[in-house]
Design a protein around this ligand. Structure first.
Ligand code: G1P
Length: 261
């Protein structure tokens, strides 16, 4: 299983903080935001990671993260010239994905959930993850029945059909590389992740899992503030005592998983 961290976008909701840097490099309590999604992938056993960045601050990501060696992983980088939707990551990342399955995490999403078992047990199709929220209209919204079958999935609907937000962590099988090419840009001109999930849903290959623990999309002032509190209270992130040394310790790290494809 390969991993993508999508850290592109212009972060306009956080202006002026993001005028001179990327959202995913902003501090969340004591660490740069991108450390947290990185920690989530590393803890889930994923070691081959593509980081997709916006052109303006791309060099800063390389300066911060390097080759991945320090984290016991291998990092690749691609530039997203223009932010044209989350699903665009699979076009940009198609060479990187190759013949593998792929998990993607958004660079501003912070989780306390452990995705290891979902990644380990994944065989085919697509899997999205949900969390019950009071304000579903801010997110992709998933409607599903008691057996976990997905009935609908919509991006920021004005009348949400459920209170379950699609969080920024997704697992796709290798067909994603072909399916993403069939998508048309939405009304807002973006290749939508919900449209990609819909392709799988129509084939009966989309499953959903509920999350344990905390989840936060740190893309607004309020959520960025709350993210710092969650990180502090849950002691999330890298072990900073090690940070000036050669190797950076990732708390709760698991052994890498091996996969047939
Ligand atoms: C994106 C996705 C949305 C998802 C959210 C999770 O929204 O489009 O489906 O629920 O991330 O963080 P954005 O935060 O980019 O507006």
């Amino acid at each position: 299983m390969k991993g993508i961290i999508l850290a592109g976008g212009s972060g306009t909701r956080l202006h002026p903080l993001t005028k001179v840097t990327s959202k995913q490099l902003l501090p969340v309590y004591n660490q740069p935001m991108i450390y947290f999604p990185l920690q989530t992938l590393l803890n889930a056993g994923i070691r081959d990671i593509l980081i997709i960045v916006a052109p303006d601050h791309s060099g800063d990501f390389v300066n911060l993260l390097g080759s991945g060696k320090q984290f016991g992983a291998r990092f690749s980088y691609e530039v997203q010239d223009k932010p044209e939707g989350l699903a665009q990551a699979f076009l940009i990342g198609s060479d990187f994905i190759g013949k593998d399955n792929c998990a993607m995490i958004l660079g501003d999403n912070i989780f306390t959930h452990d995705f290891t078992s979902s990644i380990k047990s994944f065989k085919k199709g697509a899997k999205v993850f949900v969390k019950e929220v009071p304000d579903p209209e801010r997110f992709g919204v998933v409607e599903f029945d008691s057996s976990g079958k997905v009935l609908s999935i919509e991006e920021k609907p004005s009348r949400p059909k459920s209170h379950y937000a699609q969080v920024g962590f997704y697992i796709f099988d290798n067909n994603v590389v072909e399916y993403v090419k069939t998508l048309k840009p939405s009304k807002r001109g973006e290749l939508e992740i919900v449209d990609l999930a819909n392709v799988y849903m129509q084939k009966g290959e989309l499953s959903v899992e509920s999350l344990d623990g905390e989840w936060i999309d740190a893309g607004t002032f309020e959520s960025l503030y709350r993210a710092s509190t969650i990180v502090r209270e849950n002691d999330l992130g890298m072990d900073l005592e090690q940070i000036s040394g050669v190797k950076i310790e990732v708390k709760n790290i698991k052994k890498p998983l091996t996969f047939d494809n």
